[in-house]
Ligand binder design. Structure first.
Ligand code: URA
Length: 206
């Protein structure tokens, strides 16, 4: 399994805030952003670097810059992770993958996608809830069609079904998650999970 579950006190703290049904959308958004910092630190630990000299006020020394990074937000819940990527890597380029489930067939259906050039980039796909894996697998497939070769998926919560689906369809893609949960219920929500991530981020719970 190409899954890394990060074990960090801050990640445990923020996943607990996200799980709590009393957490209001503004706190939920802040916690999602903070948690995503921890995921990005793990996901980028082996990012390629360009080496070059840098002039300090005193002398020249060795320095490094990160190469091309593209963050792809899977709409709409992936938007809750995007600000963290932009905070840590201000020159990141951003793609969007809009997919919804066809209610008849339960298959992923595209409604919007736009990617920058992915050929030489380290690609981070932001998909907070890896439930059945259909949306992430679809987004990764689209990214590969656009030339992506180095892909890491960042997830807040994963379920065994989604990880298995990804391993079957995209064994080359690394998944970095804050927690690996127990199972899906009959509506494909993750248990114990945190509910509907998009609704909780954007206050559309009814
Ligand atoms: N999407 C969500 O937002 N939550 C789940 O539990 C599963 C999919």
């Amino acid at each position: 399994m190409n899954l890394t579950v990060i074990d960090h006190p801050l990640a445990r703290h923020y996943i607990t805030v996200l799980r709590n049904q009393e957490t209001r959308p503004e706190e939920f958004r802040a916690a999602a952003r903070s948690l995503t910092y921890t995921l990005i630190l793990e996901a980028t630990a082996r990012l390629p670097l360009r080496e070059h000299n840098v002039q300090t006020p005193l002398e020249v020394t060795r320095g490094w810059s990160i190469g091309d990074v593209v963050a792809i937000a899977v709409l709409r819940a992936g938007l809750g992770m995007l600000d963290a990527a932009l905070d840590l890597m201000p020159n990141v380029k951003v793609g969007f993958a809009g997919v919804q489930r066809d209610e008849e067939t339960a298959m992923p259906q595209e409604y919007y996608s736009k990617f920058p050039n992915l050929e030489k980039a380290s690609v981070l796909v932001l998909e907070p809830m890896l439930a059945t894996g259909g949306s992430l697998s679809w987004a990764v497939g689209k990214a590969k069609e656009s030339g992506a070769k180095d892909i890491t998926a960042l997830c807040v919560v994963t379920a065994p079904e989604g990880v298995k689906h990804m391993y079957n369809e995209h064994p080359d893609v690394r998944i970095v998650a804050a927690t690996h949960d127990r199972e899906l219920n009959d509506k494909a929500y993750i248990l114990p999970g945190l509910g509907d991530m998009g609704d909780r981020l954007f206050g559309t719970l009814g």
